[in-house]
Design a protein around this ligand. Structure first.
Ligand SMILES: Cc1ncc(COP(=O)(O)OP(=O)(O)O)c(N)n1
Ligand code: 3NM
Ligand code: MG
Length: 213
């Protein structure tokens, strides 16, 4: 049963772009996206704080679910909707501080063992990756494919889930057919020749997610 130790999220988070700038956050919220992540890599807190704050303010303005990747202290400080963490991050993060601040938590997983670890943290959602080959991030593991994804979804039953990795417009319907609640995408939007059209089509296929809780 879905009994997270962090505030819950809707089962269906819909299209979930993962982007590296405030400019993308602003564009995509304006285009109708309601679940989104700011993912800036390898900078010091001081270097990203202004962007984190602006992204959170934009998220609030649109009543969107704005997740901050990695920078959990800044996410708490400025009151983000949620934080997304990887498996290694779990070891170095004060999860009780995130919980006490009332932020949602999403956790990455790539196999059964990582799902066990994630479930033990009782996060708000569990991300399952990478489904297909991706050029966006160097992955140490092999792509899981649709049948593994479907097996994980079966195991996770009513837990809110997010699929990530190599999800294109063409592949999105098959990914959603596994029962996953959300599709997280980077290049399907940011590398599209027409990002507006790509976003509109993804929203048509996967929706913007259920009402914000
Ligand atoms: C929705 C979603 N799923 C997975 C990831 C990957 O997170 P992580 O393992 O922490 O790796 P980095 O993104 O930090 O490189 C994600 N960001 N979002
Ligand atoms: C940031 C990230 N995390 C992944 C994981 O499996 O944990 S895959 C990924 C990159 C996804 O980019 P694209 O949609 O361009 O393939
Ligand atoms: Mg991370």
């Amino acid at each position: 049963m879905y009994q997270p130790d962090f505030p819950p999220v809707p089962h269906r988070l819909g299209v979930y772009p993962v982007v590296d700038s405030v400019q993308w956050i602003a564009r995509l919220l304006e285009a109708g996206v309601r679940t989104i992540q700011l993912r800036i890599k390898d900078k010091r807190d001081e270097e990203v704080e202004a962007d984190v704050l602006t992204a959170i303010q934009l998220g609030e303005r649109y009543r969107a679910r704005l997740f901050i990747n990695d920078y959990w202290r800044l996410a708490i400080k400025h009151g983000a909707y949620g934080v997304h963490l990887g498996q290694e991050d779990l070891e170095t993060t004060d999860l009780s501080a995130i919980r006490a601040a009332g932020l949602r938590l999403g956790v990455s997983t790539h196999d059964d063992m990582e799902i066990d670890v994630a479930l033990a943290a009782r996060p708000s959602y569990i991300a399952l990756g990478h489904v297909f080959p991706t050029r966006t991030k160097q992955m140490p593991s092999a792509p899981q494919g649709l049948s593994q994804l479907a097996r994980h979804i079966g195991r996770l039953a009513d837990y809110p889930t997010v699929a990530i990795g190599g999800i294109s417009l063409e592949r999105a319907p098959a990914v959603l057919a596994t029962g996953v609640g959300s599709i997280a995408v980077v290049s399907a939007i940011t590398a599209a020749t027409d990002w507006r059209a790509a976003t509109a089509q993804l929203l048509e296929i996967a929706g913007a997610g259920d009402e914000r809780s």
